[in-house]
Design a binder for this molecule. Sequence first.
Ligand code: SAM
Ligand code: SF4
Length: 504
Amino acid sequence: MTTTAANQRMFDNESDYCAHFIRHDQIDKYLANDRDFIPDDAIQALLATTGEPDPQCVRDILAKSLAIETLTPEETATLLRVTAPGLQAEMVEAAWQVKHKVYDNRIVTFAPLYISNPCLNRCLYCGFSTDNQQQCRTHLGMEDIRRECEVLAGGIGHKRLILDCGEHPESSTDYLLDALRTIYGTQVRTRRGVAQIRRVNLNVAPMPIEDLRLLKGAGIGTFQVFQETYHHDSYRRMHPGNTPKSDYRWRLTCMHRALEAGVDDVGIGVLFGLYDWRFEVLALVHHARELEARFRIGPHTISFPRLQPASAAPLATKSPWLVSDADFLHAITVLRLSVPYSGMIITAREREDVRREAVRRGCTQMDAGSRVGIGAYARFSETQEIDGQQFILGDTRSLDELVCDLARQGTITSFCTAGYRCGRTGGCIMDALKTGKEGKFCKVNAVLTFREWLDDFANPQSLTLCEPLLQRELEEIRQQLPKLYPTVQDAYDRISAGERDIFF
Ligand code: SAM
Ligand code: SF4
Protein backbone atom coordinates (compact mmCIF):
# COMPACT_ATOMS: atom_id res chain seq x y z
CA MET A 1 0.00 0.00 0.00
CA THR A 2 1.44 3.40 -0.95
CA THR A 3 0.49 6.98 -0.30
CA THR A 4 1.57 10.12 -2.12
CA ALA A 5 5.23 10.86 -1.56
CA ALA A 6 4.37 14.03 0.32
CA ASN A 7 2.85 11.98 3.06
CA GLN A 8 5.85 9.87 3.83
CA ARG A 9 8.61 12.39 4.37
CA MET A 10 9.23 15.29 6.70
CA PHE A 11 9.41 18.81 5.31
CA ASP A 12 11.73 21.76 5.86
CA ASN A 13 8.86 24.24 5.98
CA GLU A 14 5.21 24.79 5.05
CA SER A 15 6.00 25.95 1.49
CA ASP A 16 7.92 22.74 0.90
CA TYR A 17 4.91 20.74 2.14
CA CYS A 18 2.47 22.74 -0.04
CA ALA A 19 4.64 22.34 -3.12
CA HIS A 20 4.64 18.56 -2.73
CA PHE A 21 1.16 17.97 -1.45
CA ILE A 22 -1.08 20.38 -3.37
CA ARG A 23 -1.62 19.07 -6.89
CA HIS A 24 -2.60 21.92 -9.19
CA ASP A 25 -3.62 19.56 -11.97
CA GLN A 26 -6.23 18.21 -9.51
CA ILE A 27 -7.65 21.72 -9.04
CA ASP A 28 -7.45 23.22 -12.52
CA LYS A 29 -9.52 20.50 -14.20
CA TYR A 30 -12.57 21.66 -12.23
CA LEU A 31 -12.24 25.35 -13.10
CA ALA A 32 -14.02 27.10 -15.97
CA ASN A 33 -12.01 29.90 -17.62
CA ASP A 34 -9.81 29.93 -14.54
CA ARG A 35 -12.83 30.66 -12.29
CA ASP A 36 -14.13 28.43 -9.55
CA PHE A 37 -17.84 27.83 -8.95
CA ILE A 38 -18.35 30.35 -6.12
CA PRO A 39 -19.31 33.64 -7.79
CA ASP A 40 -18.80 36.17 -4.98
CA ASP A 41 -20.10 39.12 -7.00
CA ALA A 42 -23.26 37.35 -8.15
CA ILE A 43 -24.03 36.19 -4.59
CA GLN A 44 -23.52 39.73 -3.23
CA ALA A 45 -25.72 41.16 -5.99
CA LEU A 46 -28.46 38.64 -5.27
CA LEU A 47 -28.40 39.50 -1.57
CA ALA A 48 -28.49 43.20 -2.35
CA THR A 49 -31.43 43.00 -4.74
CA THR A 50 -33.69 40.50 -2.95
CA GLY A 51 -36.21 42.26 -0.73
CA GLU A 52 -38.90 41.08 1.74
CA PRO A 53 -40.83 38.60 -0.44
CA ASP A 54 -44.48 38.19 -1.29
CA PRO A 55 -46.06 35.40 0.87
CA GLN A 56 -47.40 33.49 -2.16
CA CYS A 57 -43.95 33.41 -3.71
CA VAL A 58 -42.57 31.94 -0.45
CA ARG A 59 -45.34 29.32 -0.35
CA ASP A 60 -44.54 28.25 -3.92
CA ILE A 61 -40.91 27.76 -2.92
CA LEU A 62 -41.94 25.72 0.14
CA ALA A 63 -44.00 23.45 -2.15
CA LYS A 64 -40.85 22.78 -4.18
CA SER A 65 -38.89 21.86 -1.02
CA LEU A 66 -41.71 19.55 0.04
CA ALA A 67 -41.34 17.80 -3.33
CA ILE A 68 -37.69 17.20 -2.23
CA GLU A 69 -36.16 19.33 -4.98
CA THR A 70 -33.01 21.39 -4.48
CA LEU A 71 -33.75 25.12 -4.53
CA THR A 72 -31.96 27.63 -6.75
CA PRO A 73 -29.80 30.39 -5.24
CA GLU A 74 -32.57 32.89 -6.12
CA GLU A 75 -35.18 30.86 -4.24
CA THR A 76 -32.80 30.45 -1.31
CA ALA A 77 -32.15 34.21 -1.23
CA THR A 78 -35.91 34.78 -1.11
CA LEU A 79 -36.26 32.50 1.94
CA LEU A 80 -33.31 34.20 3.62
CA ARG A 81 -35.13 37.53 3.39
CA VAL A 82 -38.33 36.40 5.16
CA THR A 83 -38.76 38.32 8.45
CA ALA A 84 -42.56 38.22 8.98
CA PRO A 85 -43.10 35.96 12.05
CA GLY A 86 -46.11 34.16 10.52
CA LEU A 87 -44.25 33.33 7.33
CA GLN A 88 -41.15 32.26 9.28
CA ALA A 89 -43.37 29.88 11.28
CA GLU A 90 -44.66 28.39 7.99
CA MET A 91 -41.06 27.85 6.93
CA VAL A 92 -40.24 26.05 10.19
CA GLU A 93 -43.29 23.82 9.75
CA ALA A 94 -42.29 23.02 6.15
CA ALA A 95 -38.70 22.29 7.24
CA TRP A 96 -40.03 19.83 9.84
CA GLN A 97 -42.20 18.13 7.21
CA VAL A 98 -39.30 17.85 4.77
CA LYS A 99 -37.17 16.27 7.47
CA HIS A 100 -39.93 13.80 8.31
CA LYS A 101 -40.52 12.91 4.69
CA VAL A 102 -36.86 12.08 4.13
CA TYR A 103 -35.60 11.00 7.57
CA ASP A 104 -38.77 10.26 9.58
CA ASN A 105 -38.45 10.77 13.38
CA ARG A 106 -34.84 9.62 13.65
CA ILE A 107 -31.65 11.28 14.85
CA VAL A 108 -28.31 9.64 14.12
CA THR A 109 -25.66 10.03 16.83
CA PHE A 110 -21.89 10.01 16.68
CA ALA A 111 -18.84 11.15 18.65
CA PRO A 112 -15.84 13.18 17.51
CA LEU A 113 -12.47 11.53 18.08
CA TYR A 114 -9.50 13.91 18.05
CA ILE A 115 -6.33 11.93 17.42
CA SER A 116 -3.66 14.56 16.77
CA ASN A 117 -3.33 18.34 17.14
CA PRO A 118 0.02 19.41 15.66
CA CYS A 119 -0.96 21.62 12.71
CA LEU A 120 0.91 23.54 10.03
CA ASN A 121 -1.93 26.00 9.47
CA ARG A 122 -2.55 29.39 11.03
CA CYS A 123 -6.36 29.55 11.07
CA LEU A 124 -7.10 32.68 13.11
CA TYR A 125 -10.07 31.05 14.86
CA CYS A 126 -8.62 27.71 15.98
CA GLY A 127 -6.84 26.67 19.17
CA PHE A 128 -4.70 24.19 17.19
CA SER A 129 -3.14 26.92 15.00
CA THR A 130 0.63 26.55 14.67
CA ASP A 131 0.93 30.08 16.10
CA ASN A 132 -0.61 29.00 19.42
CA GLN A 133 2.53 28.53 21.53
CA GLN A 134 0.42 27.72 24.62
CA GLN A 135 -1.07 24.64 23.02
CA CYS A 136 0.14 21.30 24.29
CA ARG A 137 0.70 19.15 21.16
CA THR A 138 -0.23 15.49 21.24
CA HIS A 139 -0.29 12.79 18.60
CA LEU A 140 -2.02 9.55 19.62
CA GLY A 141 -0.35 6.23 18.93
CA MET A 142 -2.38 3.16 17.95
CA GLU A 143 -2.53 1.89 21.54
CA ASP A 144 -3.95 5.28 22.65
CA ILE A 145 -6.52 5.16 19.85
CA ARG A 146 -7.55 1.66 20.87
CA ARG A 147 -8.08 2.90 24.46
CA GLU A 148 -10.23 5.79 23.21
CA CYS A 149 -12.34 3.31 21.24
CA GLU A 150 -12.80 1.06 24.24
CA VAL A 151 -14.41 3.96 26.10
CA LEU A 152 -16.42 5.18 23.10
CA ALA A 153 -17.70 1.80 21.93
CA GLY A 154 -17.60 -0.17 25.17
CA GLY A 155 -18.32 2.45 27.83
CA ILE A 156 -20.62 4.96 26.12
CA GLY A 157 -22.04 2.87 23.31
CA HIS A 158 -21.16 4.88 20.19
CA LYS A 159 -21.18 3.11 16.83
CA ARG A 160 -20.07 6.07 14.67
CA LEU A 161 -17.06 8.32 14.98
CA ILE A 162 -15.85 11.35 13.20
CA LEU A 163 -12.07 11.34 13.21
CA ASP A 164 -10.47 14.80 13.51
CA CYS A 165 -6.88 15.96 13.37
CA GLY A 166 -4.67 18.89 12.46
CA GLU A 167 -2.89 19.07 9.11
CA HIS A 168 0.67 17.90 9.59
CA PRO A 169 3.10 15.40 8.03
CA GLU A 170 2.75 13.32 11.22
CA SER A 171 -0.97 12.91 10.47
CA SER A 172 -0.28 11.41 7.05
CA THR A 173 -2.64 9.19 5.11
CA ASP A 174 -0.63 6.18 6.35
CA TYR A 175 -1.35 7.29 9.91
CA LEU A 176 -5.07 7.64 9.11
CA LEU A 177 -5.10 4.18 7.52
CA ASP A 178 -3.48 2.70 10.65
CA ALA A 179 -6.02 4.53 12.81
CA LEU A 180 -8.90 3.14 10.72
CA ARG A 181 -7.58 -0.41 11.04
CA THR A 182 -7.16 0.04 14.80
CA ILE A 183 -10.64 1.47 15.29
CA TYR A 184 -12.46 -1.11 13.17
CA GLY A 185 -10.43 -3.85 14.85
CA THR A 186 -11.31 -2.92 18.45
CA GLN A 187 -14.06 -5.08 19.98
CA VAL A 188 -15.34 -4.70 23.52
CA ARG A 189 -17.59 -6.92 25.64
CA THR A 190 -20.76 -5.26 26.88
CA ARG A 191 -23.58 -6.23 29.30
CA ARG A 192 -25.35 -8.40 26.72
CA GLY A 193 -23.06 -8.77 23.73
CA VAL A 194 -20.04 -7.20 22.03
CA ALA A 195 -19.62 -3.68 20.68
CA GLN A 196 -17.38 -1.93 18.20
CA ILE A 197 -17.25 1.22 16.10
CA ARG A 198 -18.91 0.42 12.77
CA ARG A 199 -18.56 3.64 10.81
CA VAL A 200 -15.65 6.08 10.84
CA ASN A 201 -16.21 9.41 9.10
CA LEU A 202 -13.25 11.73 8.57
CA ASN A 203 -12.92 15.47 9.13
CA VAL A 204 -9.38 16.06 7.97
CA ALA A 205 -7.45 18.18 5.51
CA PRO A 206 -8.15 18.02 1.75
CA MET A 207 -6.02 15.48 -0.07
CA PRO A 208 -5.09 14.19 -3.52
CA ILE A 209 -7.22 11.62 -5.36
CA GLU A 210 -4.66 8.84 -4.82
CA ASP A 211 -4.92 9.14 -1.03
CA LEU A 212 -8.70 9.37 -1.13
CA ARG A 213 -8.81 6.07 -3.02
CA LEU A 214 -6.80 4.42 -0.24
CA LEU A 215 -9.15 5.77 2.41
CA LYS A 216 -12.12 4.53 0.44
CA GLY A 217 -10.49 1.09 0.33
CA ALA A 218 -10.08 1.19 4.13
CA GLY A 219 -13.83 1.67 4.58
CA ILE A 220 -14.29 5.30 5.55
CA GLY A 221 -17.82 6.60 5.88
CA THR A 222 -18.31 10.27 5.04
CA PHE A 223 -15.36 12.44 4.00
CA GLN A 224 -15.98 15.88 5.51
CA VAL A 225 -14.15 19.12 4.86
CA PHE A 226 -15.64 22.51 5.71
CA GLN A 227 -14.78 25.44 3.48
CA GLU A 228 -14.97 27.60 6.67
CA THR A 229 -15.87 30.69 4.62
CA TYR A 230 -16.67 30.64 0.91
CA HIS A 231 -15.98 34.38 0.61
CA HIS A 232 -12.62 34.56 -1.18
CA ASP A 233 -11.22 37.69 0.53
CA SER A 234 -12.30 36.63 4.01
CA TYR A 235 -10.85 33.16 3.40
CA ARG A 236 -7.49 34.75 2.54
CA ARG A 237 -7.55 36.86 5.73
CA MET A 238 -8.54 33.92 7.97
CA HIS A 239 -5.81 31.65 6.61
CA PRO A 240 -2.64 33.76 6.42
CA GLY A 241 0.82 32.67 5.32
CA ASN A 242 1.87 30.15 2.76
CA THR A 243 0.21 27.22 4.46
CA PRO A 244 -1.65 24.29 2.86
CA LYS A 245 -4.95 25.70 4.08
CA SER A 246 -4.32 29.11 2.52
CA ASP A 247 -5.08 27.56 -0.89
CA TYR A 248 -8.82 28.24 -1.23
CA ARG A 249 -9.25 26.18 -4.38
CA TRP A 250 -7.40 23.10 -3.10
CA ARG A 251 -10.01 23.01 -0.34
CA LEU A 252 -12.98 23.97 -2.52
CA THR A 253 -12.35 21.15 -5.00
CA CYS A 254 -11.65 18.42 -2.46
CA MET A 255 -15.16 16.94 -2.71
CA HIS A 256 -14.75 16.73 -6.48
CA ARG A 257 -11.62 14.65 -5.91
CA ALA A 258 -13.35 12.52 -3.26
CA LEU A 259 -16.26 11.73 -5.56
CA GLU A 260 -13.88 10.93 -8.39
CA ALA A 261 -11.98 8.63 -6.04
CA GLY A 262 -15.21 6.75 -5.30
CA VAL A 263 -15.78 8.17 -1.80
CA ASP A 264 -19.36 9.02 -2.52
CA ASP A 265 -20.59 10.20 0.89
CA VAL A 266 -19.14 13.70 1.12
CA GLY A 267 -19.83 16.33 3.77
CA ILE A 268 -19.57 20.07 3.14
CA GLY A 269 -19.83 22.90 5.68
CA VAL A 270 -19.08 26.43 6.82
CA LEU A 271 -17.86 27.92 10.05
CA PHE A 272 -20.45 30.59 10.80
CA GLY A 273 -18.92 33.77 12.20
CA LEU A 274 -16.16 34.40 9.66
CA TYR A 275 -18.30 36.32 7.15
CA ASP A 276 -21.95 37.23 6.40
CA TRP A 277 -24.02 34.13 7.22
CA ARG A 278 -26.44 34.79 4.33
CA PHE A 279 -23.55 34.71 1.86
CA GLU A 280 -22.37 31.39 3.33
CA VAL A 281 -25.82 29.79 3.03
CA LEU A 282 -26.03 30.79 -0.64
CA ALA A 283 -22.51 29.50 -1.26
CA LEU A 284 -23.38 26.14 0.34
CA VAL A 285 -26.31 25.87 -2.06
CA HIS A 286 -23.95 26.67 -4.98
CA HIS A 287 -21.61 23.92 -3.75
CA ALA A 288 -24.44 21.36 -3.44
CA ARG A 289 -25.73 22.21 -6.92
CA GLU A 290 -22.25 22.03 -8.43
CA LEU A 291 -21.76 18.48 -7.06
CA GLU A 292 -25.24 17.44 -8.19
CA ALA A 293 -24.66 18.84 -11.70
CA ARG A 294 -21.22 17.32 -12.14
CA PHE A 295 -21.54 13.96 -10.34
CA ARG A 296 -25.29 13.46 -9.84
CA ILE A 297 -24.52 13.23 -6.12
CA GLY A 298 -25.14 16.06 -3.70
CA PRO A 299 -23.60 16.40 -0.24
CA HIS A 300 -24.38 13.51 2.11
CA THR A 301 -24.20 15.97 5.00
CA ILE A 302 -24.01 19.70 5.60
CA SER A 303 -22.37 21.10 8.77
CA PHE A 304 -22.55 24.64 10.10
CA PRO A 305 -20.47 25.03 13.25
CA ARG A 306 -20.60 28.48 14.87
CA LEU A 307 -17.41 30.06 16.18
CA GLN A 308 -16.72 29.12 19.81
CA PRO A 309 -14.06 30.52 22.16
CA ALA A 310 -10.68 28.92 21.56
CA SER A 311 -7.27 29.18 23.19
CA ALA A 312 -5.11 32.06 21.84
CA ALA A 313 -7.70 32.84 19.14
CA PRO A 314 -9.23 36.25 19.99
CA LEU A 315 -11.06 36.33 16.65
CA ALA A 316 -13.32 33.55 17.91
CA THR A 317 -15.01 35.97 20.31
CA LYS A 318 -14.37 39.29 18.55
CA SER A 319 -15.31 38.63 14.94
CA PRO A 320 -17.72 41.25 13.55
CA TRP A 321 -19.64 38.44 11.84
CA LEU A 322 -20.69 36.40 14.90
CA VAL A 323 -24.15 34.93 14.25
CA SER A 324 -27.03 35.40 16.74
CA ASP A 325 -29.18 32.44 17.82
CA ALA A 326 -32.15 33.76 15.82
CA ASP A 327 -30.14 34.15 12.60
CA PHE A 328 -28.44 30.79 13.13
CA LEU A 329 -31.78 29.00 13.46
CA HIS A 330 -33.17 30.82 10.42
CA ALA A 331 -30.09 29.73 8.44
CA ILE A 332 -30.72 26.10 9.48
CA THR A 333 -34.36 26.32 8.38
CA VAL A 334 -33.38 27.75 5.00
CA LEU A 335 -30.70 25.10 4.48
CA ARG A 336 -33.18 22.31 5.33
CA LEU A 337 -35.55 23.70 2.71
CA SER A 338 -32.88 24.41 0.08
CA VAL A 339 -31.09 21.05 0.10
CA PRO A 340 -33.91 18.79 1.31
CA TYR A 341 -32.18 15.40 0.96
CA SER A 342 -28.89 16.13 2.81
CA GLY A 343 -28.22 15.08 6.36
CA MET A 344 -27.67 18.11 8.61
CA ILE A 345 -25.32 18.01 11.59
CA ILE A 346 -25.77 20.09 14.75
CA THR A 347 -22.80 19.55 17.04
CA ALA A 348 -22.28 19.89 20.78
CA ARG A 349 -20.57 23.22 20.15
CA GLU A 350 -24.12 24.54 20.54
CA ARG A 351 -26.11 24.84 23.76
CA GLU A 352 -28.77 22.28 24.61
CA ASP A 353 -31.71 24.65 23.88
CA VAL A 354 -30.30 25.66 20.49
CA ARG A 355 -29.74 22.01 19.56
CA ARG A 356 -33.31 21.08 20.48
CA GLU A 357 -34.64 23.89 18.28
CA ALA A 358 -32.26 22.92 15.45
CA VAL A 359 -33.73 19.41 15.47
CA ARG A 360 -37.22 20.91 15.21
CA ARG A 361 -35.99 22.68 12.07
CA GLY A 362 -34.67 19.60 10.36
CA CYS A 363 -31.25 18.60 11.68
CA THR A 364 -30.63 14.85 11.43
CA GLN A 365 -27.34 14.13 13.24
CA MET A 366 -26.02 15.05 16.71
CA ASP A 367 -22.97 14.12 18.73
CA ALA A 368 -23.18 13.43 22.47
CA GLY A 369 -20.83 12.97 25.40
CA SER A 370 -18.26 14.65 23.14
CA ARG A 371 -14.69 15.52 24.04
CA VAL A 372 -12.53 17.62 21.75
CA GLY A 373 -9.19 17.15 23.51
CA ILE A 374 -6.61 14.62 22.37
CA GLY A 375 -6.97 11.36 24.29
CA ALA A 376 -9.76 12.96 26.31
CA TYR A 377 -12.15 9.98 26.47
CA ALA A 378 -9.67 7.67 28.19
CA ARG A 379 -8.58 10.51 30.54
CA PHE A 380 -12.25 11.18 31.25
CA SER A 381 -11.89 14.49 33.02
CA GLU A 382 -15.24 16.04 33.91
CA THR A 383 -14.06 19.58 33.24
CA GLN A 384 -13.26 21.20 29.92
CA GLU A 385 -9.82 22.75 29.70
CA ILE A 386 -9.53 25.39 27.00
CA ASP A 387 -5.88 24.45 26.52
CA GLY A 388 -5.45 21.05 24.96
CA GLN A 389 -8.73 21.15 23.08
CA GLN A 390 -9.80 22.83 19.88
CA PHE A 391 -12.64 24.98 21.26
CA ILE A 392 -15.17 25.00 24.13
CA LEU A 393 -18.34 22.88 23.93
CA GLY A 394 -21.83 24.24 24.65
CA ASP A 395 -23.64 20.94 25.36
CA THR A 396 -21.83 18.48 27.60
CA ARG A 397 -24.74 16.06 28.16
CA SER A 398 -23.99 12.34 28.06
CA LEU A 399 -25.27 10.10 25.28
CA ASP A 400 -27.76 8.57 27.74
CA GLU A 401 -29.15 12.03 28.57
CA LEU A 402 -29.46 12.96 24.89
CA VAL A 403 -31.20 9.69 24.01
CA CYS A 404 -33.77 10.31 26.77
CA ASP A 405 -34.30 13.93 25.81
CA LEU A 406 -34.98 12.89 22.20
CA ALA A 407 -37.27 10.06 23.33
CA ARG A 408 -39.38 12.53 25.34
CA GLN A 409 -39.93 14.40 22.06
CA GLY A 410 -40.93 11.19 20.25
CA THR A 411 -37.61 10.95 18.40
CA ILE A 412 -35.74 7.66 18.14
CA THR A 413 -31.94 7.65 18.32
CA SER A 414 -30.51 5.61 15.48
CA PHE A 415 -27.16 3.85 15.77
CA CYS A 416 -27.53 2.49 12.26
CA THR A 417 -24.38 2.22 10.16
CA ALA A 418 -25.80 -0.11 7.52
CA GLY A 419 -25.93 2.33 4.58
CA TYR A 420 -22.34 2.25 3.41
CA ARG A 421 -21.82 -1.37 4.40
CA CYS A 422 -24.49 -2.54 1.96
CA GLY A 423 -23.61 -0.07 -0.77
CA ARG A 424 -26.43 2.37 -0.09
CA THR A 425 -24.28 5.47 -0.53
CA GLY A 426 -23.83 8.33 -2.97
CA GLY A 427 -26.20 8.54 -5.93
CA CYS A 428 -27.95 5.36 -4.88
CA ILE A 429 -28.83 6.70 -1.43
CA MET A 430 -29.66 10.15 -2.88
CA ASP A 431 -32.39 8.63 -5.05
CA ALA A 432 -33.59 6.45 -2.18
CA LEU A 433 -33.78 9.46 0.15
CA LYS A 434 -35.62 11.61 -2.38
CA THR A 435 -38.25 8.93 -2.96
CA GLY A 436 -38.55 7.92 0.72
CA LYS A 437 -37.33 4.33 0.04
CA GLU A 438 -34.26 4.67 2.24
CA GLY A 439 -36.53 5.69 5.13
CA LYS A 440 -37.95 2.17 5.33
CA PHE A 441 -34.54 0.50 5.76
CA CYS A 442 -33.51 3.24 8.17
CA LYS A 443 -36.56 2.77 10.34
CA VAL A 444 -35.93 -0.97 10.66
CA ASN A 445 -32.23 -0.47 11.34
CA ALA A 446 -32.95 2.32 13.83
CA VAL A 447 -35.22 0.00 15.83
CA LEU A 448 -32.72 -2.87 15.80
CA THR A 449 -29.76 -0.71 16.82
CA PHE A 450 -31.78 1.11 19.46
CA ARG A 451 -32.69 -2.28 20.98
CA GLU A 452 -28.97 -3.16 21.07
CA TRP A 453 -28.03 0.13 22.68
CA LEU A 454 -30.75 0.01 25.32
CA ASP A 455 -29.78 -3.54 26.31
CA ASP A 456 -26.05 -2.82 26.37
CA PHE A 457 -25.77 0.72 27.72
CA ALA A 458 -28.95 2.43 28.99
CA ASN A 459 -29.37 2.96 32.70
CA PRO A 460 -32.58 1.48 34.24
CA GLN A 461 -34.56 4.76 34.22
CA SER A 462 -33.65 5.42 30.57
CA LEU A 463 -34.73 1.91 29.64
CA THR A 464 -38.14 2.48 31.22
CA LEU A 465 -38.49 5.83 29.45
CA CYS A 466 -37.43 4.58 26.00
CA GLU A 467 -39.13 1.17 25.86
CA PRO A 468 -42.63 2.48 24.91
CA LEU A 469 -41.13 4.51 22.05
CA LEU A 470 -39.32 1.45 20.75
CA GLN A 471 -42.48 -0.66 20.89
CA ARG A 472 -44.41 2.08 19.04
CA GLU A 473 -41.80 2.06 16.29
CA LEU A 474 -41.94 -1.72 16.00
CA GLU A 475 -45.72 -1.57 15.69
CA GLU A 476 -45.39 1.06 12.91
CA ILE A 477 -43.08 -1.30 11.01
CA ARG A 478 -45.64 -4.10 11.45
CA GLN A 479 -48.34 -1.90 9.93
CA GLN A 480 -46.27 -0.23 7.19
CA LEU A 481 -44.16 -3.21 6.08
CA PRO A 482 -46.34 -6.30 6.73
CA LYS A 483 -44.38 -8.53 4.32
CA LEU A 484 -41.00 -7.67 5.82
CA TYR A 485 -42.23 -7.66 9.41
CA PRO A 486 -41.68 -11.37 10.28
CA THR A 487 -38.00 -11.07 9.26
CA VAL A 488 -37.67 -7.88 11.31
CA GLN A 489 -39.28 -9.52 14.35
CA ASP A 490 -36.89 -12.46 14.01
CA ALA A 491 -33.87 -10.10 13.90
CA TYR A 492 -35.28 -8.17 16.87
CA ASP A 493 -35.62 -11.37 18.91
CA ARG A 494 -32.09 -12.46 18.05
CA ILE A 495 -30.73 -9.08 19.16
CA SER A 496 -32.72 -9.31 22.41
CA ALA A 497 -31.00 -12.66 22.95
CA GLY A 498 -27.53 -11.06 22.60
CA GLU A 499 -26.73 -11.39 18.88
CA ARG A 500 -25.25 -8.16 17.49
CA ASP A 501 -24.90 -6.18 14.25
CA ILE A 502 -27.87 -7.49 12.28
CA PHE A 503 -28.98 -5.01 9.63
CA PHE A 504 -31.16 -4.65 6.52
N1 SAM B 1 -7.81 20.44 10.58
C1 SAM B 1 -8.82 20.01 9.66
C2 SAM B 1 -9.47 21.16 8.98
O1 SAM B 1 -9.27 22.29 9.42
O2 SAM B 1 -10.17 20.93 8.00
C3 SAM B 1 -9.76 19.13 10.42
C4 SAM B 1 -10.91 19.63 11.05
S1 SAM B 1 -10.91 20.71 12.41
C5 SAM B 1 -10.31 19.67 13.65
C6 SAM B 1 -12.67 20.69 12.46
C7 SAM B 1 -13.39 21.95 12.20
O3 SAM B 1 -13.48 22.66 13.44
C8 SAM B 1 -12.81 23.00 11.28
O4 SAM B 1 -13.04 22.68 9.94
C9 SAM B 1 -13.54 24.26 11.73
O5 SAM B 1 -14.71 24.48 10.97
C10 SAM B 1 -13.94 23.95 13.16
N2 SAM B 1 -13.39 24.90 14.12
C11 SAM B 1 -12.13 25.35 14.21
N3 SAM B 1 -12.03 26.28 15.19
C12 SAM B 1 -13.27 26.43 15.72
C13 SAM B 1 -13.82 27.26 16.74
N4 SAM B 1 -13.08 28.14 17.42
N5 SAM B 1 -15.13 27.16 17.02
C14 SAM B 1 -15.91 26.28 16.35
N6 SAM B 1 -15.45 25.47 15.37
C15 SAM B 1 -14.14 25.55 15.05
FE1 SF4 C 1 -5.36 23.25 11.93
FE2 SF4 C 1 -7.88 22.60 11.24
FE3 SF4 C 1 -7.39 24.12 13.40
FE4 SF4 C 1 -6.99 25.15 11.04
S1 SF4 C 1 -8.98 24.44 11.84
S2 SF4 C 1 -5.57 25.31 12.76
S3 SF4 C 1 -6.28 23.38 9.90
S4 SF4 C 1 -6.80 22.01 13.11
